[in-house]
Design a protein. Structure first.
Length: 108
């Protein structure tokens, strides 16, 4: 029989293999992507003068505003549906069975 209390069991760390080969592969790939992104950003900003026309700034502004509106709208719908209970699992509402209807017709 186990003599450990619930407090002792909950304080033990879970046994997880943290240094597996898959973990190192994922960390290596993510690190390489981070370095590649940094190199691309540096080269993009340091290659020279890039004159952006006024229409480019206007398009970028509309894109930012549209993206913010879509994000805010989707978050509002998420909170609305959560508060109104639309996120609950579906429940089958069965109508009265034929046995109950027949019994009610006979006066039982």
């Amino acid at each position: 029989m186990n003599d450990k209390t619930a407090d002792e069991l909950s304080s033990e760390p879970p046994t997880v293999r943290r240094n597996s080969t898959g973990t190192w592969i994922v960390l290596t790939v993510l690190s390489l992507l981070l370095v590649a992104t940094g190199v691309a950003a540096y080269l993009g900003w340091s290659l020279g003068d890039a004159d952006v026309p006024t229409s480019g700034y206007v398009a970028m502004g509309f894109g930012v505003i549209f993206s913010l509106l879509v994000g805010i709208g989707l978050m509002a719908l998420l909170f609305y549906s959560s508060r109104k209970g639309y996120d609950e699992p579906a429940v089958l509402i069965e109508g009265p069975s034929t046995i109950d209807v027949d019994a009610a017709d006979r006066g039982a």
